[in-house]
Design a protein around this ligand. Structure first.
Ligand code: AMP
Length: 280
């Protein structure tokens, strides 16, 4: 497995893979790898000739300096985890490589980024669309793999790829959870044992929404009120948003007809966690 930190070296590698007519599977990550990342890596490995995993903690997508400062970093451990999955390349550029002095070009998107996390994290998706465009231009993947947990990010990236005619196929893999249901996240490492217990209320609230919908309750407000009460009754939590939206446009729904996304963002102590489920 090669560990590449320079964009030019990555390009040279990509050109030689393309010359040999092999397909490239790509998993972009911000590191502090867990089972969710590993499931994407395994899918990409299975479905492509060459597997590239990037580890890059992208400062441009952090709207909050403390969140960036406290984000877990463990590059050497990540490289060993990726090696075990028999990847071909780890691409781990530094920020001076990705955003050199004088950098001033960004990719932005309207509509899908105005809601949910976009509403409460200004600038976040501009950082995401910019870094993903850069990574796709550098790695030139045939397929790129993302997790269902970041539903809005996937919607934004799929639309970006469609709108700008990018030649990459976006694959979304299911959310991997702890045994008790908490979605795996690099940020879970920051929870103390009390907060870890409290964090479970997020999955509990999503299960509640599913149960209400299964018993024919389709009024979004009623479901959100019930979920809000559950989370508010749990120590150490502060709700950022609970929304029920159209799964494609991400616009708020007042009642659920066919299919809806229930998306939740909650602060647990100083850690912001997101999760979602689809009702259909
Ligand atoms: P991150 O390192 O947090 O930027 O995540 C990199 C990729 O891993 C994104 O596509 C995430 O959606 C995905 N991911 C994060 N957590 C999970 C999870 N629990 N299950 C599946 N995929 C995940």
């Amino acid at each position: 497995m090669e560990v590449i930190t320079k964009i030019n070296e990555m390009r040279t590698k990509v050109f030689s893979v393309k010359d040999s007519k092999k397909s490239i599977g790509f998993v972009p990550t911000m590191g502090a790898l867990h089972g969710g990342h590993i499931s994407l890596i395994r899918s990409a490995k299975r479905e492509n000739d060459v597997l590239v995993v990037s580890v890059y903690l992208n400062p441009a997508q952090f709207d909050n300096k403390d969140d960036l400062d406290e984000y877990p970093r463990q590059l050497n451990e990540d490289i060993e985890l990726i090696r075990k999955e028999e990847a071909d390349v780890v691409f781990a550029p530094g920020t001076e490589e990705m955003y050199p002095d004088g950098f001033c070009s960004y990719v932005t998107q309207d509509k899908l980024t105005d809601t949910l996390c976009g509403r409460v994290r200004p600038g976040h998706f501009k950082g995401v669309t910019t870094v993903i465009t850069k990574l796709f231009n550098i790695v030139k993947p045939d397929r790129a793999y993302f997790g269902q947990k970041d539903y809005q990010q996937n919607a934004v990236i799929k639309r970006l790829v469609g709108d700008l005619n990018m030649d990459v196929n976006i694959q979304v893999c299911p959310t991997v959870r702890e045994e008790d249901g908490l979605a795996l996240s690099s940020r879970n490492k920051r929870l103390n044992p009390d907060e870890r217990r409290s964090a479970l209320c997020i999955y509990g609230a999503l299960l509640k929404a599913r149960a209400m919908f299964a018993s024919n309750i389709t009024d979004a407000k009623e479901i959100i009120e019930e979920m809000t009460a559950m989370i508010k009754n749990t120590e150490h939590t502060k709700i950022d948003y609970i929304s029920i939206v159209n799964d494609y446009t991400l616009e708020d729904l007042s009642s659920i007809n066919e299919k809806a996304l229930v998306a939740v963002a909650v602060w647990v102590g100083n850690t912001r966690l997101i999760d979602n489920t689809i009702l259909e």
